[in-house]
Design a protein around this ligand. Sequence first.
Ligand code: PAF
Length: 281
Amino acid sequence: MKLITDVKKMQSICNDLRSTKKTIGFVPTMGALHQGHITLIEAARQNNDIVIVSIFVNPIQFGPKEDFAQYPRNLKADLEICERLRVDFVFHPEERDMYPKDFDTFVEVPQFSKKLCGRFRPSHFRGVTTIVVKLFNIIKPSIAYFGQKDYQQALIIQKMVRDLNYDIRIEMLPIVRDSKGLALSSRNQYLSEDEYKASLNLSQSLNQAKDLINNGELDGLKIIEYIITHIKKEPLIKIEYVEVCDPKTLMPIKKIEDEALIAIAARVGRARLIDNILIRR
Ligand code: PAF
């Protein structure tokens, strides 16, 4: 496994790999790797000649009052995981090389980016799409892997790839949860023991909403009300939103027909947590 920090060097390695018709599986990350990332890397390993993982805590996707400075960073542990999973290259660029002082070009998918998390993190997805385009231009992957926990992010990237004609397949893999049901996230490290226990309520309410739907409740607003009532029993959770929406457009759904995305965002202590469930009938 090679650790590459130089942008031009990474780009030139990838150009050479593509010219020899090797397929590149790419897993973009901000490090603090957990089992969710591991699942993505394993899928990339199984389906591609070459696997590249990027580790870069992207400053422009954090709002001014968000946790950029505190975001967990543990390069040594991350490199060990990548080595064990037979990753070929880890790309770990410097912030000053990715965003030189005069950097002034952004990529935006405005409609999808305004919805759900975008209402609470107005510049977040613009930061994500900008860094992902930069990484795609450097790595030129055949397939890029994203987790369903960040469903909105994966949908926005799929849309961006279609709109900008990138010849890249975007794979969205299911949410990985811990043994108690909490969706894995690097930010779970911020939770105290009590906050962790409270957070379990999020996936529990999603599962109960799914049961409700299976028992015939198809009214979007009633499902939202049910989830909010359930979550409010946990005073440590501060809800940002609960939405039942169309998984293709993120538009709210009044009556569930064939499919729906139920998405939640909440603050628990210092952590902002998101979770979702896809309903297919
Ligand atoms: O999902 C993440 O970890 C980040 O948003 C990503 C895709 C690596 C871009 O910084």
